[in-house]
Each structure stands twice: as C-alpha cells, then as structure tokens.
Design a protein around this ligand. Structure first.
Ligand SMILES: NC(=O)c1ccc[n+]([C@@H]2O[C@H](COP(=O)([O-])OP(=O)(O)OC[C@H]3O[C@@H](n4cnc5c(N)ncnc54)[C@H](O)[C@@H]3O)[C@@H](O)[C@H]2O)c1
Ligand SMILES: O=P(O)(O)OC[C@H](O)CO
Length: 334
C-alpha cells in the first residue's frame, strides 16, 4: 500500500499511525490541534495522549486535512464514534477516489443506531466493499509500547483487507482478516458496555468469579444481538469478541472499565466524566444506542440495559447487581 492517512491524533489514532509507520508504510497523521501536530513533528511525541512514547521519524503529522488525504490509498478514521459523521462530512470532498475507508471507532451512533461502517458508507456515499474496520484487543498504550498484539481487519472485500493487513503488519502487531464486518463491529461496540459493568463490579469490591460471569454473559448477549443482525456466531469467539472483551474488562488501561469502577465506588456520572479528562469512554453513550438496537430487534441484553440505567437514570450499581441476580432462572443457551 503506497500511502495511508490517519485522521485523528488521539490515543488510538496516534498508536495506529505508529504501527503503520513501523511497518514501513508511508503514513500521515492528521491532528485537530496545531500543538499536537507541532510536537509530533518537532519532538516525535504526542504530549496529550502518549507522552512517554517516541514516535517514528518517518511519521508525518499535519493539521491540514487536504494535505493528509492527498493520494491516500487508505483513510483511517480515528475519531470518537459520536463525532465520526460530522468529521467525515467535513473531509468528504477531499477523499481520494477508490481509497479504502477504515474505522478505528468502537460504537453505535446515537439516534440512527448505525454501526460505524454504515455511517461511513452513508456519509462518503461508498459501497460496502470500500469500508474496513480494525478491531480487537488493542489497548493503545500497550501497542505504542510495542507489546505483541493481534487484531482483526474486517472488510467485505477480502483483497482490500489483505492490502491493509500488509500495510500494518510489523514485529509487534499481527492483523488477521475477516469478512464479517457486522460481527466485528458489534463485538467492539458491545464490549465497552460490558467493561463498564466489570468496572462497576470491581468498584463494588467483587472479584474474579464476578468478572468472569459478567464477561461470559456479556458475550452471550452480544452474540444474541449479532445473531439477530446477521453476524457470524464464530466471530464472537475470536479477537473482536472474546479477545477484546477480556482485554478491556480486565485492564486498568481501559477507559471504559476505569469509568465503571468510579461509578461502582459511588461517583456520579459527572464526577467520572470529569476524572476522564476528555478521554472517550464509548460505552457510556453506546449503552443507549445498543440498548435501542436490541429492543428494535427483540433481543434481551440485561447487562447493557442495567449499565444504561446506572449511567443515565441514576440506578445504584448495588441495586443493579441484585436485579441481575434476581431475574427469572433460565437455561444458559437462552
Ligand atoms: N484508546 C484505545 O486504546 C483504543 C483502542 C481501540 C479502539 N479505540 C477506539 O478508537 C476511537 C478513538 O479513541 P481514542 O482512544 O483515540 O480517543 P481519544 O479521546 O484518545 O482521541 C480522540 C481524537 O479524536 C479527535 N476528535 C476529532 N473530533 C472530535 C470531537 N468532536 N470530539 C472529541 N474528539 C475529537 C480528538 O482531537 C482526538 O485526537 C474510539 O471509538 C475508541 O473506542 C480506542
Ligand atoms: O480504553 P477503552 O475502554 O476505550 O478500550 C480500548 C480498546 O478498545 C481495547 O481494545
């Protein structure tokens, strides 16, 4: 792949740009703020998001979207889910014809209930085979520290997925391809909500049995939604499903898990948001859109619904625990 533009110099956009540059791919990183682009150009560091990481010398940073996008074979979108539509609309006229549009975001849009690939197709007016998704157990800070990681590149067009796979394969980053875009995206979006629940459990002082139970039942409700929306059930046993759930639910680096832990310790939504210092915990918004998507498709997602009630209706996490355990008894397969 000749050239890649990464749009968004937050934690993951910056780390993924480093992955591409370390793979030998000609990479340009677009930052919203000139301080960030200047620090990357002058000092090889992104002080706001990855202050301890030295970025590769071959990574170019700019605030000029036109310059970033010119001649790009792939355009990687590294902005938060709920801002993707507006950001992409601003770049639409600059997108190179036939470039692969790649989503890094893990969420479901509020209001439209669309997955990120659906938002991209709609805004950029491109067919599904031009849209890819990168997802999996990918905590940005660990990847930026070059710790070994696998990921999934999902695209309906297998050849495009392989092209991107080549562009980002390096000594510490191993991407697999998958044609199940729906399943991969749902896995990435739903695990943020389940990580909030695991964080709440940790904040309440519960241990590993509780975590394992939430992860496993969280996977069950994610897979139920996937089945209703046409995903391949096996995707949820892979990196985009179980892999990302385990990483996010267990890691103190996860913003979603950390946010949930604060709620579990009794902080309000506003207090937890303030402590997040503007870093995105996608599950806080996506618990609403995923819940609505589930309801629209007649799918029961009790953990997701409980997280929504804690975040947006002030439910006490202890009351949620009692409510989840007190539900009607049933078979594990239901
Ligand atoms: N951080 C991770 O470890 C990680 C890993 C995998 C996937 N993701 C996903 O990648 C997406 C981006 O996450 P991130 O961690 O890079 O987020 P972040 O908060 O670290 O950075 C967001 C970036 O988007 C830019 N941006 C553009 N428009 C914005 C707006 N209107 N509001 C806020 N920010 C705006 C910000 O300037 C910033 O550069 C999320 O969907 C997240 O779930 C993150
Ligand atoms: O920090 P989080 O909770 O957004 O999770 C980061 C990644 O999605 C983990 O794969």
């Amino acid at each position: 792949m000749t050239r890649v533009a990464v749009m968004g110099a937050g934690s993951w956009g910056t780390a993924f740009a480093k992955v591409l540059a370390d793979a030998g791919t000609d990479t340009v990183l677009w930052a919203r703020r000139s301080e960030v682009a200047d620090a990357i150009s002058a000092r090889r560091v992104n002080p706001d998001y990855l202050p301890d990481v030295v970025l590769p010398a071959n990574l170019v940073a700019t605030t000029d979207a036109e310059k970033a996008l010119a001649g790009a074979r792939a355009v990687v979108l590294g902005v938060p889910s709920q801002t993707l539509r507006a950001n992409l609309a601003g770049w639409r006229d600059l997108l190179p014809p036939d470039a692969t549009l790649v989503s890094l975001a893990k969420g479901v849009e509020l209001g439209t209930l669309k997955r990120m690939s659906e938002v991209i197709r709609e805004v950029a007016d491109v067919p599904e085979d031009r849209v890819a998704v990168v997802t999996g157990p990918n905590l940005a800070k660990e990847i930026a520290a070059e710790q070994p990681t696998a990921t999934v590149i999902a695209c309906a067009d297998h050849d495009r997925a392989v092209e991107l796979q080549r562009a980002c394969s390096n000594a510490y980053f191993r991407p697999y391809t998958n044609v199940d875009v729906v399943g991969c995206e749902l896995g990435g979006a739903c695990k943020n909500v389940i990580a909030l629940a695991c964080g709440m459990a940790a904040g309440l002082g519960f241990g590993d049995n509780t975590m394992a139970s939430i992860i496993t039942r969280g996977l069950a409700e994610t897979a139920r939604l996937g089945a209703a929306l046409g995903a391949d059930p096996l995707t949820f046993a892979g990196l985009a499903g179980l892999g990302d759930l385990v990483a996010t639910c267990a890691s103190p680096l996860s913003r979603n898990r950390t946010f949930g832990e604060r709620l579990g310790r009794g902080e309000t939504l506003a207090q937890a948001q303030e402590a997040a210092h503007g870093q995105v915990a996608e599950g806080v918004k996506s618990c609403r859109s995923i819940g609505e998507l589930a309801a629209r498709n007649g799918v029961d997602m009790p953990i997701t619904d409980g997280v929504r009630q804690v975040c947006h209706e002030g439910l006490d996490p202890r009351v949620l625990t009692a409510a989840l355990l007190g539900r009607e008894r049933k078979s594990e397969r239901q």
